[in-house]
Design a protein around this ligand. Sequence first.
Ligand code: PMP
Length: 430
Amino acid sequence: MIHTTSEALFAKAKNYIPGGVNSPVRAFKSVGGNPIFIKKAKGAYIYDEDDNQYIELINSWGPMILGHAYAPVEEAVKAAIQHSFSFGAPTRKEVEMAELIIDMVPSIEKVRMVNSGTEATMAAIRVARGFTGRDKIIKFEGCYHGHGDSFLIAAGSGAVTMGVPDSPGVTKGVANDTLTAPFNNLAAVQQLVDANKNQIAALILEPVVGNMGTVLPQEGFLENLRELCTKEGIVLIFDEVMTGFRLAKGGAQERFNIMPDLTTLGKIIGGGMPVGAYGGRKEIMDCVSPQGPVYQAGTLSGNPIAMAAGYAMLTYLNEHPEVYTTLEKTGEKLVSGIREILKKLQLNYQINHIGSMYSLFFTDTPVVDFETAKTSDIPRFGKYFHAMLNRGVYLAPSQYEALFLSTALTDEHIQAILQANEESLREIMS
Ligand code: PMP
């Protein structure tokens, strides 16, 4: 595969943009080589500047549940764009969007739109602090909640991929207010709670983790966290930036039937446009300005083009429950196929999978938390990544990410991905 145009663009980009990219994982640093620069995408395919075609398993890191440039979303954007691009004033679509989110996500009673997942999580913990009058938060090692200072402690995703789970530039004061526990370890959480009685405002987690690769909550873990938070007056925040509207219409909370106090949402609700949101129990959300004293604002929040895209996407998902049956079937087909290949090749690599999210970990150790995720053979993953790319399958360029399926994937695509897997795994073993 020729990548000369991408290489030239990357060489130029490095002069003008730190590391040549606007978000770290895109740089292919942990897998080696140069990033491919994307020109366009449609349905299940993405194309680079050298006109190579790839089957998409990143899908803009989640949002393209229906595949790229899905017609109803595209049409909604085209229609909205005729009426200008931003007003910084209330619009009808924002009201409709809020109503739809509240209808779809079981625990949300009131919701505020922002512009990214990062903004959503930063605001959610501020509101939790305002509501409880407490300072500290608990997060889990290897979970990623955007690049807000409070979350760049034992952070997953790009932060761990770049080797900086604890970022320089975060003050000691902020770091001291973020307590961390291993995922799936209730006893560790209980210990933190006991040692910081009446000081913990919020416990935030990805109910299914995507950012240390896919990691599922063990039986009873979410229930126990819910119970503990209720007992201790801690605001339970589900960060559903990746799982919302993907694992079920109402996200992981619907799938596991656990109601958090606050939920953060992101890229998916913009159908790919820059959007985020946070919402939850009325009494907590009513702390937000101008209803309450906790300040949070945004010129572009509720942007009309982003709302049009998001509303079209969510409406489609709401009205077509078969989307979720399709996603489940596609996930099952692909993952069971990969399991068979691993068996045939006598490899004991771990696959974590739920619905339309999965990760193949290059380790024999079951992956249940950050420590076990880190047992993966990263150089081997890098080889696998490039072997797949050369065969026209676009995977996330890091072991510490989930792969996301879309409804645009047909049986032919699945077969092609499986064949690429078998060839790639054979290649890297030899
Ligand atoms: N929370 C989670 C669970 C995420 O996966 C991400 C980004 N992948 C974020 C928050 C941050 O979202 P954004 O990149 O839109 O700021």
